[in-house]
Design a protein around this ligand. Structure first.
Ligand code: G6P
Length: 613
């Protein structure tokens, strides 16, 4: 969703803002803009469309500046046009602002400002905030920082903001609540951004603002942070582990393809140091103090959205099958609004790649307020969810730039497998022989994923045959049912083909009506325990002339005789099948989307980090 980047220092701000905005493109957006201070003027350039449209527009304009703010907007209030694009300005034009998040009481604030004679140029909640700041500055006769502080005490909702003032171009004022803001500290220069990706090429030293903190950075290299209650806080400087090359395509055509092919390594990284050879134990350092809570839990509730929710469904199978703990998997957005029953004996696990998903964050806060222990499984280090949970395990998949999640999914499933194994071992719910077998298999998963990726060329060929289909059905059973859902989601997200995932047996209760000679049906048949059942389902599809693309284990004899296309992947232990069977589905959606000319890494209307409800 929206992205923020700002610069203050001795260098030219504009090129830094543009390269920063390009780094943030992956978040999903529909307009972009910058505000630049030069010769006692703030020049604002903004455009609907891509950052490149902004660059073209600003080509002949004055872009000289040593301080500036830039933004990519994902429309919430008001359509995505030039006017509603950020930055927004106050009535006098003295103040400009960029904002991520939503000011929920903007309409009441706007009404009161209109009654006091203010007029508005845009439909946005952000303009209300900057007008409010200026109003308070004039009305209360206070300096800008104090006006920002008072204003932030009046707003409800979420914000990450940066304000540039014509009268104080030597400084930038930033603040956050429920929407991340990172401050990069360079040599007498500062970089502010909604995540670390635009910062890492300039400095590794960063401060993550906390909720309700206001930061002031100056061109003398000063950084001060206060809370909105006016208490000074001491900034904690973190060192970024992110490497620049992690943010590049590394020779691949798209980030998504690179991330699909990174999975042997990212799964290995998710396991690194967590499988302990002597005594063959599994250990997750981040949650070690909470293991007892998991062992005694009446129930685990997994909350997540999107692909992370699908990983949560795999988690349900894992925790129930291996550790014998009842699990419920909830869409975070539904969970928080349905007055759920949560007790102190529940352990809630929140799963999120970005660690910033607003609904997941809100679900965590709700669960904590009811006394549950809340653990996190996040990819982005230092993210809001990682900080809000009682403890957690990072997935260590590295930055995921493609909007459609791939390596984050397999990393989340890997971490949950380790969690379930650790608990199962302690509880004694797994026979030693199966425990050993799963561990041995787990160690081989990176190699097996590499082998599964070898089907890329064949999948590219199959994609060419089905690229013009209007619908797809994905069927799976047991551990492969969530994978069917994930395969369908991938296709929808990036190729805009309608697709549905179903438990294979449930097909008879509805989707079978859709099957005709046009309908591609992707069948996941890699799990041994339900092989015969899925074979029957395949026959049912075949009898209705559906076009079957089967994902089978290497050496399959039966289904490959019936299916029109068979994609072989290495066989593995049942509980680990999702880690392998999801690979061909990711590749299928990727190739189909490319062939349809879709913007694979930045699909329309989608955002990587959904920071609004
Ligand atoms: C968005 C993304 C999805 C992602 C979901 C949850 O919708 O486009 O790819 O699965 O958010 O995001 P999270 O960061 O919480 O895993």
């Amino acid at each position: 969703m929206c992205g923020i980047v700002a610069y203050l220092g001795p260098r030219q701000a504009y090129p830094l803002l543009i390269s920063g905005l390009q780094r943030l493109e992956y978040r999903g957006y529909d307009s972009a803009g910058v505000a630049l201070y030069d010769e006692e003027k703030i020049n604002i350039y903004k455009k609907a469309g891509k950052v490149q449209d902004l660059v073209n527009y600003a080509e002949s304009k004055n872009t000289n500046a040593c301080v500036g703010i830039g933004h990519t907007r994902w429309a919430t209030h008001g359509e995505p046009n030039d006017t509603n694009a950020h930055p927004h300005v106050s009535s006098s034009g003295n103040l400009s602002i960029i904002h991520n998040g939503i000011i929920e009481n903007f309409s009441a604030l706007k009404k009161s400002l209109i009654e006091r004679g203010h007029t508005f140029q845009t439909d946005t909640d952000t303009e209300v905030l900057i007008q409010l700041v200026e109003h308070l500055q004039e009305h209360n006769n206070v300096d800008l920082e104090e006006a920002v502080r008072i204003a932030l005490n009046e707003v409800h909702g979420a914000y990450a903001i940066v304000i540039l003032s014509k009268n104080h171009p030597d400084r930038l004022i930033a603040a956050r609540k429920s929407s991340p803001l990172v401050i990069g500290i360079g040599d007498n220069e500062f970089f502010l951004a909604s995540d670390a990706t635009p910062i890492v090429e300039h400095t590794k030293n960063v401060v993550y603002l906390n909720d309700e903190e206001i930061a002031v950075v100056t061109n003398k290299g000063e950084l001060t942070i206060k809370t909105i209650q006016d208490k000074i806080t001491t900034p904690y400087v973190h060192e970024l582990e992110l490497q620049l090359e992690m943010l590049e395509k590394g020779g691949y055509d798209h980030f998504m393809l690179k991330e699909i092919f990174e999975q042997p390594r990212s799964i290995e990284d998710s396991m690194r140091g967590r499988l302990k050879a002597p005594g063959r134990k599994v250990g997750l350092g981040g949650i070690v103090d909470f293991e007892q809570k998991l062992l005694n839990a009446d129930r685990i509730i997994i909350v997540a959205c999107g692909t992370s929710w699908h990983a949560g469904l795999v988690g349900e199978y894992l925790f129930e099958d291996l550790a014998r703990i009842p699990v419920e998997v909830e869409y975070a957005s539904e969970f928080r609004y349905r007055n759920p029953i949560i007790t102190e004996k529940d352990v809630v696990i929140a799963i999120s790649q970005s660690g910033e998903t607003a609904d997941t964050l809100a679900a965590i806060k709700l669960a904590k307020s009811k006394g549950a222990t809340v653990l996190g499984i996040c990819n982005v280090v230092g993210s809001s969810i990682a900080r809000e949970t009682d403890a957690g395990s990072y997935t260590h998949a590295g930055p995921e730039i493609g909007v459609a999640s791939t390596k984050a999914f397999t990393a989340q499933v890997t971490v949950m497998t380790l969690m379930a194994m650790a608990i199962a071992h302690k509880k004694g719910t797994l026979k030693e022989s199966r425990f050993e077998q799963i561990l041995n298999e787990l160690e081989q998963i990176p190699d097996k994923v590499s082998k599964a990726l070898e089907a890329d060329e064949q999948i590219n060929y199959i994609s060419g045959i089905f690229k013009d289909a209007s619908n797809f059905l994905y069927l799976g059973r047991g551990y492969n049912f969530p994978v069917a859902l994930e395969g369908a989601l991938k296709l929808k997200e990036i190729s805009y083909i309608h697709a549905e995932g179903y438990p294979a047996a449930e097909m008879k209760h509805g989707p079978i009506a859709l099957i005709d000679e046009e309908m591609p049906v992707v069948v996941l048949a890699t799990n041994r325990s339900s092989y015969d059942k899925i074979l029957s389902n395949v026959q049912e599809v075949k009898a209705r002339k559906g076009r079957i693309i089967a994902i089978v284990s290497k050496g399959d004899q039966e289904i490959s005789k019936i299916a029109e296309f068979t994609i072989e992947v290495p066989e593995t232990e049942e509980a680990l099948t999702p880690l392998i069977s999801v690979i061909p589905l990711q590749l299928l959606s990727y190739h189909i989307a490319v062939m349809r000319g879709c913007n694979v890494d930045q699909p329309r209307n989608l955002a990587k980090s959904v920071t609004v409800e």
